[in-house]
Design a protein. Structure first.
Lengths: 276, 460
């Protein structure tokens, strides 16, 4: 039998993008779309949030997809099947509100696409017509195309450099689809903060409700510390216990973008000194 | 009146030395000092010190053993009622509890009970004294303990000693709750906490980490697998100031600041991966024990100037006098009668200053302290790091996710006088019940609940 936190699989989906299955039966049992976990690479590691991409209650694993960009993601990206993570806690945050909205437009960018996948799957199952826009910088960085295709009624691909699909940003395609005057009941956007910011700005003009999943810096993940706090609708919220999903039209995006930079210097220093 | 031998002076490291590191400030008494201090105890027939102890340590008895040099016997006496004497000896506000009740307190020279407790616990650890593990007959019953802070530690130890199978569910990666994430290393070294938690393991208590009851496992599921559940999830949810600009960068809640440094050990960055940013001029809002901890920690992290900003005056500060004295010795500066009304930041979103409303004291409020009243006059105070230490509210996760669990207006779980909640077989204690208490008060609630659990489960 596997031991708790054991890595069952670690594969590279694209340069620096890893997909990892970890044995954590109690999380696999409780997980719902839209939730996340906090992981630690080792005893001296940071606590970082990662979105639950998939899970299997019977086999007891959870699936995570991450970009190897910081100390923790690089450390865990190096681990092999059979190795263990030091700690995984979850599922954390409020699950996505799944119901039959009608037509849902899903917008995913980068590793936001896998994060969007379980939500799209649940929305599809709930009877929604799913239109998906998935994007990446270039074709070789696009992940979860097949998974998203399976749960979408329509799928649009965008790349910044035009190496696959529509040349441009996901938000350009979003604007295009909204201009076609189709009835879109709700937009769900997950990706880099700047993408979600632009998405929310675009949909505001069309009066379409937009749900975003915030990627705030986090430490505890359970409402204790407030590292993840963010102004939403003029009120301070904790991404971990009040979110991670919020109404994109109410989020103070500039605040989020500035807060994401808070430890940039320390991160760069740590990466350099640890030779990661 | 007979002349009383003065109370022992507790050895402390000099301020200029201690602010450079995270090592302990107060030191353990020597054997000679301990014996001499213990010999001052009058061994009252009807000891009033014990009445002040929420867990009922037989204080005169352990002190008598110290006086006789029978330190191991003294340790056994402590351990009978308190599973973690090395911790309580360090962090209890003895001046408000046992030492307040000491008859010598009337002469201003109470026995240094806390220092003696610490001495005995440290002596036992240094001499490798084996724990006496009671051989309780297994009851065949299982108890789940939610959270691993002071209240939970007492419940787990008490029930394990009585033969219950006890499993502790801790959401973080290290056991101890506020003892590890809240109280700084220089007041309570974490190796001490580890040692005391090991005692629970020796008693047969098992721990599961990364499990957030209410999220990972529902209360209803726990009740299927366990005969009783104790909720000791604490008051770890920070209270916010709710003023404009409170989310500028480097405005921390005290919890975030202390979690980064104590739990995640950011003071050892980059050996440990978690960073913390401390500027040159730090302002801490509030004047409780947490505020003192945050201020003194900021100093140790290299801040040039650290200020405590408080809306009342020196006399009303809720922190322990000892901690205020320590802070002053270390050079923390105090600004009274001010309340933040707005924060300012630069183009990068980093805080630069706080606008303070000048206050004056009015008639007493509900807390019995003079109410601070705004004067209308404001002043701008420059600071590049702000730490909000105005307090905590109960952690909302268990109440929010447990239907039928009644809470009061302030989010505290409602219990009867024996720690029973509105849900059958569910008990609660510590800060989740009382709001913001001390380590030992939480432990006292744990003792009450463990008695009720044993009483109720024995009937089944």
């Amino acid at each position: 039998m596997y031991s708790k936190y054991q890595i069952l699989k670690n594969s590279e989906l694209a340069p620096k993008i890893k997909e990892m299955d970890v044995y954590v039966p109690f999380i696999a049992k409780a997980a719902k779309p839209g939730q996340f976990v906090i992981v630690m690479a080792d005893e001296k590691g940071e606590r970082i949030p990662l979105t639950l991409v998939d899970w299997d209650d019977e086999e007891g694993w959870i699936r995570l997809v991450f970009l190897e960009i910081g100390v923790t993601t690089i450390k865990i990206g190096k681990k092999k099947a059979g190795d263990r993570l030091f700690y995984v806690a979850g599922p954390l945050g409020n699950p996505s509100h799944i119901e039959n909205y009608g037509t849902v437009l899903m917008v995913g960018g980068g590793v936001g696409v896998p994060a969007l996948y379980p939500i799209a799957r649940a929305l599809k199952k709930a009877g929604n017509y799913i239109i998906s826009i998935i994007g990446a910088k270039s074709a070789n960085l696009l992940v979860y195309e097949n998974e998203m295709r399976k749960v979408s009624d329509e799928l649009y691909i965008t790349t910044d450099d035009g190496s696959k699909g529509f040349k441009g940003f996901t938000t350009d395609m979003l604007k295009k689809l909204l201009e076609e005057d189709r009835k879109i009941d709700v937009v769900w956007a997950i990706g880099p903060a700047i993408m979600m910011k632009v998405c929310s700005a675009v949909t505001r003009n069309y009066g379409v409700k937009t749900i975003v999943s915030l990627n705030s810096l986090m430490v505890c993940g359970m409402g204790m510390c407030g590292a993840c706090r963010i102004t939403v609708g003029g009120e301070t919220k904790f991404t971990c216990v009040d979110g991670p999903e919020f109404d994109g039209h109410l989020v103070d995006w500039n605040e989020l973008l500035l807060r994401l930079n808070m430890y940039r210097k320390e991160e760069e220093y740590a990466l350099k000194i640890k030779k990661l | 009146m007979a002349k009383v031998k003065p109370r022992v002076k507790i050895p402390k490291r000099p301020p200029e030395e201690r602010i450079k590191d995270f090592n302990e400030v107060a030191l353990t008494l020597s054997e000679e000092q301990a014996i001499s201090e213990a010999s001052r105890c009058l061994q009252c027939k009807n000891p009033t010190c014990v009445k002040g102890c929420p867990v009922g340590i037989e204080i005169p008895k352990f002190i008598k053993y110290v006086k006789e040099g029978e330190f191991e016997k003294a340790y056994r006496v402590l351990k009978e009622k308190c599973p973690i004497p090395a911790i309580t000896g360090r962090v209890c506000p003895q001046e408000k509890q046992c030492e307040k009740g000491c008859v010598l307190a009337k002469l201003g020279q109470p026995i240094a009970i806390g220092a003696l407790e610490r001495f005995v616990a440290d002596w036992a650890r240094e001499h490798g004294i084996e724990e006496e593990l009671p051989e309780a007959k297994p009851t065949g019953k299982k108890v789940a303990v939610v959270g691993s802070g002071p209240a939970s530690i007492v419940v787990a130890a008490d029930l394990a000693k009585l033969g219950y199978e006890v499993n502790v569910f801790e959401a973080l990666h290290i056991p101890g709750g506020v003892l590890v994430y809240g109280i700084p290393e220089y007041r309570l070294p974490k190796y001490i906490v580890r040692g005391e938690i090991d005692y629970l393991r020796k008693l047969g208590v098992s721990f599961d980490f990364g499990i957030l009851v209410g999220r990972t496992i529902a209360m209803s599921e726990l009740l299927e697998d366990y005969d009783a559940v104790f909720v000791g999830t604490g008051a770890g949810h920070p209270r916010l100031l709710r003023v404009p600009g409170e989310n500028y960068n480097y405005i921390y809640t005290a919890n975030e600041f202390l979690v980064r440094i104590n739990l995640m050990r950011a003071f050892m960055f980059p050996e440990y991966d978690t960073p913390v940013h401390v500027g040159e001029r730090v302002a801490v809002i509030g004047a409780g024990n947490t505020a003192m901890d945050a201020a003194r920690t900021a100093l140790r992290m290299g801040a040039k100037e650290v200020y405590i900003l408080y809306r009342r005056t020196e006399a009303e500060m809720p922190a322990r006098r000892e901690e205020i004295e320590n802070a002053k010795e270390e050079g923390i500066k105090f600004v009274f009668l001010v309340q933040p009304v707005e924060f300012f930041g630069d183009k990068n979103g980093n805080v630069t200053a706080v606008k303070l409303m000048k206050m004056k004291l009015g008639p007493p409020d509900q807390s019995g302290r003079p109410r601070p009243i705004p004067t209308g006059e404001t002043v701008t105070f420059e600071a590049d790091t702000i730490i909000n230490a105005i307090g905590f509210v109960p952690n909302p996760i268990v109440p929010r996710t447990t239907p039928g669990l009644k809470v009061d207006k302030r989010g505290r779980i409602i219990v009867d006088e024996e720690g029973r909640t509105s849900l059958g077989r569910v008990y609660a204690g510590g800060d989740i019940v009382i709001g913001e208490g001390t380590v030992i008060e939480a432990m006292g609630w744990g003792r009450i609940a463990s008695k009720a659990i044993h009483k109720d489960l024995s009937k089944l």
